[in-house]
Design a protein around this ligand. Sequence first.
Ligand code: AMP
Ligand code: ZN
Ligand code: ZN
Length: 440
Amino acid sequence: MFKPISPRCLTAIVAAVLLMSLTTCGPRPQAVGDALRGTGGTNAVHQRAKPYLIMISIDGFRWDYMDLYPTPNMHRIAAHGSKAERVIPVFPTLTFPNHYSIATGLYPAHHGLVGNEFPDPVRDKWYSLSDRQSIEDRWFYSGEPVWVTAETQGMVAAAFFFVGTEVPIQGVYPTYWNSYDKSIPGQERVDQILAWLALPEERRPHMYTLYFEDVDDYSHWRGPDSQENIAAIARVDGYLGRLLRGLEKLQYGDQVNIILVSDHGQASYLEDPMTFMLDAHVNLKDTLIVEGGSYLFVHFYQDDPKRAQDMVEVVNRRWRHGRAYTAATAPGQWHIDSNPRFPDVILMPEPGFAVLSNEGKSRKISAGDHGWAPEAPAMHGFFVASGPNIKPGVSLGPVNNIDIYPLILSVLGLDAPRMMDGDPNKLTKLLHEPNHLQPE
Ligand code: AMP
Ligand code: ZN
Ligand code: ZN
């Protein structure tokens, strides 16, 4: 009746039992502090009758893809549940800040991941998605992600990838987690979720995260409307079909809520993106540059508001297809506040246009991208929810991704932490039984 665990996981589980060592598929040994603060792998008695929730992130899945390309399984989930017109990402519209905002209900200024890579001026260290050591360094992460909220309230959580799940945030991991490994096929990720769902009630996780990167990858490499991306969308939709088939075989499959969400959308560069080459206009001595083509951040070695102001003025006099901002003049809805991890100067091209620091870097521009301003429609993601706690047939307008965290707490009947930017009442119309969350 339950899906068999894949041979790869089975081998790893056997190895874990024999060697009592780390595996990529089973429960990880946790530090003493974790065992004290997390569940230690057993649900508290009062959590056992709660529903289940799988939050599935499809990286870079733009808000309109479901209407544009064949996605029968997503449509099936939506037909039984509810859908938002779109999801507004946080600034900057990159993977790490947005996943962690979805997980915590906080703006990047408050949760700390202000980019996929950034220098931290307090510790003089870099955070980068390509540097495992920094990704696993708890120092960079503030706020309380939903799996920590669950584990600290006696509810077992499991992750087949999600930004932050590989880090002992507040000393707590999800009971089950995996080091990010792009090469693990989607089917295997789904089968592991089903295997966790088949555990005995005391140990069966209630909160799951699942992540697929295929759509983001192909839309970068070949463009959002390329055949390759459409094929990636179909592939990911197929993973969801596999999950649905597995849930149907589960006696308690009808107790499982599903949230489909994406971190941002995706757009093509114009045929001529008229790349603004920053170093042709200003002196970049003693600065650190973080750039993706669709945005450029300048960090000064030393705080210098006058220099930032001058740089912004020069750029704005000369650039026709974008704008420069200091942290103080950036649009309020970007919520930069005063987090020193944000850059001194931000250069934001209009969607489709590009900015780079010098000619040599023009190679970096890919077919598709994100990173443009969160207000740009092409940067908007998608949101579908379905399951026993979700009212079917509700059509929401645009949703802010920080409001998803309080929705999950309501579904799982968890208490909210003190720090939360998300509005607990924004998505309650999705619930059969609105549960008005109040901070502790
Ligand atoms: P972006 O540059 O914003 O498009 O980032 C997307 C990339 O983030 C994907 O291609 C993934 O490979 C990568 N990614 C997602 N989650 C993780 C993770 N937990 N650890 C390392 N890389 C990740
Ligand atoms: Zn992404
Ligand atoms: Zn991407």
